[in-house]
Write a protein that binds this ligand. Sequence first.
Ligand code: ZN
Length: 282
Amino acid sequence: MDGKAIKAPHTVRTAPAGACIYCGATGGRLTDEHVVPKGLGGTLVLPQASCDDCARLTSQFEMRVLRGFLDRGRQAMGIKGRKSHKRQAADTITQTFIQADESTFDHDVPWNEGVKVMHLPVFVLPAFLDPRREMDPTVSKLEVMALDTLHFGVGQGELVREYQAQGMRFEDQMDLWAFVKMLAKIAHSYHVAVDGLFPLEQSPLVPIILGQRSDALNWIGTMLTDTLPSAGQALHLLHHAPLESEDRSQAWAVRIKLFAPDPTPTYALATRLSLPQDTTHG
Ligand SMILES: [Zn+2]
């Protein structure tokens, strides 16, 4: 793939979309869209891009992710969104310790001394990038191969010794569908920010964002090759490019690496297919 990555240390506003990028509405109020949610430190803004109805819908799944399994990481990294509050030194975090007999006990330790863990799901390669897999428009499940774990704060070993335990356990409730929809929203809005609005029926992601289809396995997944680098200053990396292979020459993909300074997964999503879906694959 070839294309450009945008580093955006300060808020960058692109040309306005001028229509809702999800339903196409042009009448009524259109609000600005953060490509990566503001609550994740996103700084790229697509002006006049969402009608009120679609904004309500997208903010629902975004909030489930931001206040859900990404919350600890956001707070540990000091990312302040619209609705987050500054951590007080007096705050605590509940930690689960494992004892020699495998039993566990919980202990509240001061936030600054706690081990903060955040998981990111590693999905399978999306079918549109996988020559060995058939496209299946009826598929409605997600396939998680692994979880990448990010650690923040003090080392785990230190706390384990202090509480005379054998280890620690971290549990997460991950709303994977909300996360997948958030990835789709980031990829779609980034495509529009870079390349302009296109006929929405060419987007495999918009029906997933709006909850009308659930064949995410075809269009959304994780790449193990062509990954985005873990180096650099940018908090999140986005990359937009046309796909090169001949039979898919009229398709575009966006790659996303959240929390890029850490070794996090590279997600890949098909953002635009300029042929009808049933003729772009075999
Ligand atoms: Zn709309």
